[in-house]
Design a protein around this ligand. Sequence first.
Ligand SMILES: NC(=O)c1ccc[n+]([C@@H]2O[C@H](COP(=O)([O-])OP(=O)(O)OC[C@H]3O[C@@H](n4cnc5c(N)ncnc54)[C@H](OP(=O)(O)O)[C@@H]3O)[C@@H](O)[C@H]2O)c1
Length: 355
Amino acid sequence: MTLPDVNKQWTTAQDGLDKLQFTEGKVPEPKDGEVLVKVLAVSLNYRDTEGEPTTQDTEPLVPCSDMCGIVVDSKSPKLKTGTRVMSIFNQGHLTGQITEADMATGLGLPLPGVLTEYRCFPAEALVTVPDYMKDEEAACLPIASVTAWMCINGMRPLGQPADGAKKKETVLLQGTGGVSVAGLQIAHAAGLKAIITSSSDEKLERAKKDLGADFGINYQTHWEWQEPVLEETKGRGVDIIFETGGARTLRKSFECVSFGGLINCVGYLSGKEDEDAPGAKQLNINVLALRRNVTLRGILNGPKDRFEEMVRFYEQHKIRPVVSRVFKMDEAGDAFTFLYSGAHFGKVVVKVADK
Ligand SMILES: NC(=O)c1ccc[n+]([C@@H]2O[C@H](COP(=O)([O-])OP(=O)(O)OC[C@H]3O[C@@H](n4cnc5c(N)ncnc54)[C@H](OP(=O)(O)O)[C@@H]3O)[C@@H](O)[C@H]2O)c1
């Protein structure tokens, strides 16, 4: 295959979404053990929009972590040219508990990311795409789906995911962003009961009609959404919560989690800091956790072996990740703004190239 002279890519100096640059670099050459990947599609994650303007001089970095691409040159016996692959977010996290060293291998910060036409990867830091999945769909898996998979299955032994469990568990998804929608798809396919919240009745209808959500609550019109959750579960509460809201939702989650339930601390879409002024009466998280004997678990994506376990499940159930909108490569700046606006349902994707 003839490679182009230039490698078009987006870069950011972490100084705000409006300052992304569409630039040109060199097409890199793979070293031993690496493969050169032609990037086909990239999905965006909330973290990619977070680059808070900094006053420090920061070297421009290619953003984003989640891509589907095709191997065009291989210096590894593990991956052949022509194989479609997905990136894993933390390139060094191949199995078991994540470590600080693994977290230093995150794509799109601190490592250069994937919003580029060509990139080299160590062969072991890639996962093969199942044949039935389109490029744009596969690009959605690395962060959103793997995180959702870990929320539902991360406490179970590898190889024994929730669909084999005797008890029909209930899952609560907050909002209809990338992680929640992937969680809904996995929960539904695994036969779990799924309750979802959203600020939009239209999105709730779609979650029920298209993706099999059992119950939906509009958190704008029912701000005390923990009450309908408890009613819907006949007072028992929810077994597994995707806590993507954070500061303004965590206390509600504690109110509607089941005894012995699992709150997966995933994100902070409603804020990172408690709103209450100092001195206000507020139960400490520690107390909230122990009073219902809840497992409060921090989630940091998942390892490659769990990613592969998930891909087998997706393949078995032919799950197609939900792509809200696809942008062209030269429109990636608009893709970030669209994601940040929250207008999406599922994932936002940048189409980088055709095969
Ligand atoms: N720990 C990890 O490994 C990990 C992995 C992935 C993501 N995250 C974090 O998890 C969070 C979600 O990520 P994502 O990629 O799914 O984001 P996303 O796609 O940008 O999700 C945005 C959606 O979340 C919903 N939302 C916004 N504010 C909310 C609130 N106050 N309460 C409930 N829902 C709210 C909205 O849904 P509606 O429009 O339906 O209201 C919004 O459209 C982010 O904070 C992200 O940084 C963490």
